[in-house]
Design a protein around this ligand. Structure first.
Ligand code: MN
Length: 257
């Protein structure tokens, strides 16, 4: 039997499950909201062209309005100034789009502290238990934050000092970028950096370090609680927007049951 037919048989029998990690795209899908004077991205929106009417009697279709960074999306290296000469989203290597995933669960810590920052010792403790991070794979930061995904205010969790959402400490971001073999870092929150990361040194360290090292980001992931710590195969399907800095993406995980 070929490897692929074995995978298909396993998917049909339920021995392999396909888990959808994607946030549904609609006008209420949370987006990043930057303070003035910065430009902001669009919410997702449908614009109806026809719906079995005089504009198109037998067909229904829409234009879509969206940002590249709306909903579950892929950040390309060129998204950040540190990666300005790097790849755009249409150039994502297939080895990045179909790759193993490691899942690091910090849900309990984030429940206690929404400003929780991932540190190097959290990752090395995970490695001591589960083995090294996957070469060319993804590190997925499970925080439980997606449980807030249908409540924009709870998802942003902002007060007068800005948003309070979990992220990565600057030295850990540098280390993930330079000293681990991952191809990218995925999160449940609206961006890969903490809500308070505008005030870090450097600002937005996850974007700055990872994209400067030709690595990729994934945001607004759901259902990470359905993945094992190791062994899931991630399938990331962004639109091949030529020159694009990112794209909404369907993200699936194949999991052994
Ligand atoms: Mn983004």
């Amino acid at each position: 039997m070929s490897v692929l037919s074995a995978v298909l048989d396993a998917a049909r029998s339920g021995a392999v499950q396909v888990v959808d990690l994607t946030t549904p795209l609609q006008e209420s899908t949370p987006i990043l909201e930057l303070p003035p004077p910065f430009a902001n991205t669009s919410r997702f929106r449908l614009e109806e062209l026809s719906r079995y009417d005089d504009r198109g009697p037998a067909w229904y279709w829409n234009d879509i309005h969206t940002g590249e960074h709306t909903g579950t999306h892929l950040d390309a290296p060129v998204h950040w100034v540190t990666g300005r000469d790097g790849l755009d989203v249409a150039q994502a290597p297939m080895s990045t789009l179909v790759a193993p995933a490691a899942v690091l669960d910090m849900t309990a810590e984030v429940e206690r502290d929404p400003d929780f920052l991932l540190r190097i010792e959290h990752v090395t403790a995970w490695e001591a238990e589960h083995g090294p991070l996957p070469d060319g794979g993804w590190l997925l930061f499970r925080t439980g934050w997606s449980a807030r995904g249908d409540d924009a205010a709870a998802f942003a969790n902002a007060d007068e000092n800005g948003p309070h959402t979990p992220g990565v400490a600057p030295d850990c971001a540098r280390w993930l970028a330079a000293d681990t073999p991952i191809t990218g870092f995925g999160v449940e929150t609206v961006g890969t950096d903490a809500g308070a990361a505008h005030g870090f040194d450097p600002p937005f360290p996850c974007h700055s370090s990872l994209m400067g090292a030709d690595k990729w980001g994934l945001t607004s992931l759901r259902n990470l609680d359905r993945l094992p710590p190791t062994g899931a195969l991630l399938v990331v399907a962004p639109l091949p927007i030529v020159g694009g800095s990112g794209s909404p993406a369907r993200v699936l995980a194949l999991v052994d049951r």
